[in-house]
Design a protein around this ligand. Structure first.
Ligand code: ADP
Ligand code: ASP
Ligand code: MG
Length: 440
């Protein structure tokens, strides 16, 4: 019999009614045997996700700000007691919430606190489905650097073999120190993929609030085209570059087993959604571009030097400065006489870029060095681009017609993507211009 793992995101767990909806989806198909859930998300615009409340709770605990701690805890309590009331059954929420509070106050740690949204959500889903709760700490393992350990998959297989059906909290596991450890934000998608790999599922269904993976962020372009099929590689490129409907790392657990992912809408379960598959043989309609995604928060250092290519060791000397600062490179496009170094701002401390520039100037002789701060990177992705001539020409013409200045270009050697760097303020306009060029 077919075996499916379903992961319900925060919007699908936001309140009692929505949770009932999710439970109905699970019950509608006997092959949906393993369910992974996120913490309750936003119920309406302006609402706060439970995970964000838990982060605020821990911050207040760390500052020893007891008044704020109590205020935030009340809000968290309100969310879970509200769900219990809406569902009309005794889910022992108050008792569990009290335990969580005591544990946090006795030093259980940040990740323990932040992960409790998923812990409680999974208890609720387990109760209403009458399916056993299995804690993620039983099989999700991280190493000292916080990286998911390979043994997670065999452990998941072993633990879950004892349960024909189970509800599992997403987003966390056990760290090398034996304490609860979370993935990065949005990591419930990775947990779902881990479970899918552990039980060797035929399909990993990711239930969210949109009817699939769109060609670009629906908050930037109104009703963009829904992609029917996406390859693992396209997904990785798009989600890494900001299409956060799926976490960019959720591809790794399912990749070697070739398990397809389906993105489905909890509020429109009849919609087909998007299938993410190992490789695309032939795409219906054979579009040139599959999707566009972008994100802000980068800095570019541009270096110009005549005959740079002839100077042995030039790149090494420049890059060793970056390495010495412990900063990782995002992109490194280069030409005969120039190179650009693209850095994610989260790696940079205050004024560090000035020190890096000074040290590069001391390490090599160059004609010009300049810095663009507040850069957005926009990736245009698709297997179809390698086959069609003139894609970059169309893209740059569209950007020039929209009056957008491009300050960095990186055309990946795989011809799967073209990445442009633009001023952060032009990020959305750039995505819109590329979308309209290739999809309208
Ligand atoms: P969940 O709570 O289910 O984990 P997320 O908020 O993490 O949901 O992801 C779904 C959201 O991702 C959508 O509501 C949408 O606004 C956003 N999104 C960004 N880029 C895309 C895209 N290319 N396709 C679909 N949704 C996207
Ligand atoms: N609840 C976590 C977050 O808000 C994880 C997730 O939703 O996947 O980031
Ligand atoms: Mg998500």
């Amino acid at each position: 019999m077919e075996l499916k793992v379903c992961k319900f995101g925060g919007t699908s767990m936001a309140d009692g009614n929505v949770i009932l909806n999710a439970a109905k989806i699970v019950s509608a198909d006997v092959s949906r045997r393993y369910v992974v859930v996120s913490a309750p998300g936003k119920r309406f615009g302006g609402d706060v996700k439970v995970t964000d409340l838990l982060i605020a709770l821990y911050d207040a605990y760390e500052r020893a700000d007891r008044a704020t701690f109590e205020k935030v805890f009340e809000k968290i309590e309100g969310r879970f007691l509200g769900i219990e009331k809406e569902l009309g059954s005794d889910l022992k929420m108050r008792k569990t919430l009290d335990t969580v509070k005591n544990e946090v106050l006795s030093g259980a740690g940040r990740d323990y606190c932040v992960s409790r949204g998923e812990f409680l959500a999974a208890q609720i889903m387990s109760e209403i489905l009458h399916v056993p709760f299995v804690d993620a700490t039983e099989f999700v393992r991280f190493d000292e650097r916080g990286i998911l350990k390979e043994e997670t998959y065999s452990l998941a297989a072993r633990v879950l073999a004892n349960y024909p059906r189970a509800v599992i909290p997403g987003f966390y596991g056990l760290g090398a120190d034996g304490k609860v450890k979370t993935f990065s934000r949005g990591g419930g998608d990775i947990s779902g993929a881990v479970v899918a790999r552990g039980v060797n599922a035929d399909l990993y269904e990711n239930w969210t609030d949109v009817s699939g993976f769109y060609a670009c962020d629906p908050r930037i372009v109104d009703a963009p085209k829904c992609i029917e099929e996406l390859s693992y590689r396209e997904l990785r490129e798009l989600s890494y570059m900001g299409a956060n409907v799926l976490h960019s790392d959720c591809i790794f657990p399912v990749k070697s087993a070739g398990i397809p992912i389906r993105i489905c809408n909890t509020f429109r379960p009849e919609d087909k959604g998007t299938y993410i598959v190992p490789a695309i043989k032939r795409r219906v309609g054979d579009t040139v571009v599959t999707g566009i995604a972008g994100k802000t928060g980068f800095t570019t250092i541009g270096i110009e030097k005549s005959m740079m290519n002839a100077e042995i060791g030039f790149a090494r000397k420049v890059l060793s400065v970056i390495e010495k600062h412990g900063v990782s490179l995002e992109h490194l496009p280069s030409g005969i006489d120039s190179m650009s170094i693209v850095i994610d701002n989260t790696f940079l401390q205050e004024k560090e870029i000035e020190r890096i520039v000074e040290e590069i100037e001391a390490a090599v002789s160059l004609d010009r060095i300049y810095v663009h701060e507040n850069v957005a990177l926009i990736a245009t992705v698709g297997h179809g681009m390698a086959k069609s001539i003139g894609t970059s020409a169309r893209l740059f013409k569209a950007l020039s017609e929209a009056g957008i200045n491009v300050n960095m270009i990186d055309q990946g050697s795989s011809e799967l993507n073209i990445i442009v760097g633009v001023d952060a303020k032009d990020c959305n306009a750039c995505i819109r211009a590329i979308y309209h060029e290739f999809f309208n």
